[in-house]
Design a protein around this ligand. Structure first.
Ligand code: ADP
Ligand code: MG
Length: 215
């Protein structure tokens, strides 16, 4: 039996207007799920709700067996640091520091070590001693993915992780993420505009007219 990593029940949220209601969703180990939807439909907000950063107006999120929005802040921080891998488009790398130092920050905090095989797979091993500011956008994106995976997260949240990449690099990044979740019994929730990237995942959902539906 595969473990349920996240289970969301009856989620509703509004900002200036209702974004969605009655969202039910779950993800198991080794599963990758893509969420598609038009710009402004609330995909990023939903990912923030699932990943502990926004408390929804109503509904519950059970993350790794814990009822997320009833946990104390230090326990949530613990889960974020050790279990969650968050990949957003704007990668918060330290520009003046070397690539390797950026990755080390994450592995020191989570008590893991950096695997050469991952750096080789992402084709960034040779870049480790360069400063982030000297690297291209696509190289920086791969450094930030290496940083996230080096933490050995149990659940990956990726918001348009390949949006700025050329097709070949986007496919490489998707392959690495999918291999990771198989090898480490992890899961991935991917928000994307790109149907081709979505098709590489096990399941596809669409967020439309305030409803999340598998298709
Ligand atoms: N923190 C916020 N405060 C107020 N409105 C927000 C906030 N975050 C997002 N919104 C609004 O919610 C809507 C959905 O945003 P978002 O979740 O980013 O959609 P998507 O990722 O699908 O493009 C947008 O209209 C956006 O302006
Ligand atoms: Mg978005």
């Amino acid at each position: 039996m595969q473990k349920t990593l996240l289970k969301a029940t009856n989620i509703a949220h509004a900002f200036d207007y209702p974004l969605f209601s009655d969202i039910n969703f779950s993800i198991q180990e080794q599963e990758s799920i893509a969420i598609l939807g038009r710009s402004g439909s609330g995909k990023s907000t939903l990912l923030h709700i699932f990943s502990s950063f926004i408390k929804p107006n109503s509904g519950e999120v059970e993350l790794l067996g814990e009822n997320l929005y009833s946990l104390k802040e230090d326990k949530i921080e613990d889960i974020r640091r050790n279990e969650l891998g968050i990949i957003f488009q704007a990668h918060y790398l330290f520009k003046g520091m070397k690539a390797i130092e950026n990755i080390e920050i994450a592995t020191l905090l989570s008590n893991q070590k950096i695997e050469d095989s991952l750096l080789e797979r992402l084709e960034i091993k040779e870049l480790m001693n360069q400063k982030i500011g000297e690297l291209s956008g696509g190289q920086q994106q791969r450094i930030s993915i290496a940083r996230v995976l080096s933490k050995k997260p149990t659940l990956i949240f990726a918001d348009e992780p390949t949006g700025n990449l050329d097709k070949e690099t986007a496919n490489l990044v998707m392959d690495v993420l999918l291999e990771y979740i198989q090898k480490h019994n992890a899961g991935m929730i991917l928000v994307t505009h790109d149907e081709e990237m979505a098709k590489l995942c096990n399941k596809n959902y669409r967020l439309e007219n305030q409803i999340l539906e598998e298709f």
